[in-house]
Write a protein that binds this ligand. Structure first.
Ligand code: C2E
Ligand code: CA
Ligand code: CA
Length: 250
């Protein structure tokens, strides 16, 4: 099935939607953040997973448009969910291709200003393999984002070529330990312990991804992880479902 022609029109026709998955504080289990995850509701083929269409979009130069849409949606929801005294961070995934285009900073600035999103609410998630490409350029861009009050999260940590230098070398505010590491973790897990020590020494928040069981939560909490995300707390949900969930959160 050739999805490419359909993907070209999907954004324009509103077939791509942002879903949001909660992240909780491991001690209180309160929702402190949500991650925006793209969903494609194809008129004939039904729901298509981002693992299928994001790589396709990256390969064929469509990620800029989808990425811009996700940033706009993330900011719109961030504004809606952060009225009054409420504080819930909203993380948006950003591809390498977006980070190396000059418009990303403008898009983020425009959305934050137009919607009056408070500081420290928007977070961009980048993958660790990315900074190697054009490290100086990416570093400068991320520093500018930090000046706007945008958080920088290093995603999927512990897969591929993760190094402590990469984590320490960028203006990182958060690190997300990959699900594969979390689900295989032991109470004395040296990898996770190492990440926590390194991160906390730099004031970086540590998130465990893919927490599905109470036992996994106990282990990551014991290892000093700050936040957790996973099916134990909730799957990615539509904006209206998350809005309802946040309203019912004390
Ligand atoms: P990711 O950024 O690592 O996002 C987490 C993925 O893990 C999500 O899959 C989420 O649904 C899934 N997940 C969360 N908790 C659990 C759990 O407890 N168990 C299991 N088995 N899975 C869990 P999803 O939504 O299918 O997204 C897959 C990937 O697609 C994302 O991985 C991200 O790399 C990419 N992606 C999604 N939306 C976007 C986007 O807007 N832009 C970019 N560039 N990439 C995106
Ligand atoms: Ca992510
Ligand atoms: Ca991840």
């Amino acid at each position: 099935m050739d999805l490419l022609p359909d993907l070209r029109v999907a954004v324009a026709r509103g077939q791509i939607e942002a879903y949001f998955q909660p992240m909780v504080d491991v001690s209180t289990r309160r929702i402190v953040a949500v991650e925006a995850l793209a969903r494609w509701k194809h008129p004939e083929h039904g729901l298509i997973a981002p693992n299928v269409f994001i790589p396709l979009a990256e390969e064929h130069g469509l990620i800029g448009e989808i990425g811009a849409f996700m940033i706009a949606e993330g900011c719109r929801c961030a504004a809606a969910w952060n009225g009054g005294s409420a504080r819930v961070q909203v993380s948006v995934n950003v591809s390498a291709a977006q980070l190396t285009t000059s418009s990303l900073l403008d898009q983020i600035t425009d959305n934050l200003r137009r919607l009056s999103v408070p500081d420290d609410v928007l977070v961009v998630e980048i993958t660790e393999s990315l900074p190697v490409v054009e490290i100086a350029e990416v570093n400068a861009l991320l520093n500018e984002m930090r000046l706007l009050g945008v958080g920088v999260s290093v995603d999927d940590y512990g897969t591929g070529h993760s190094t402590a230098e990469q984590l320490a070398g960028l203006p990182t505010t958060e690190v997300k330990i990959d699900m594969s590491r979390v689900q295989a973790a032991t109470p004395n897990d040296p990898f996770i312990r190492g990440v926590v020590t390194l991160a906390h020494a730099r004031g970086i928040t540590v998130v465990a991804e893919g927490v599905e069981t109470e036992a996994q939560l106990d282990i990551v909490r014991g290892l000093g992880v700050d936040r957790a995300q996973g099916y134990l707390f909730g799957r990615p949900e539509s904006e209206s479902d998350i809005s309802r969930l946040l309203k019912n959160t004390p």
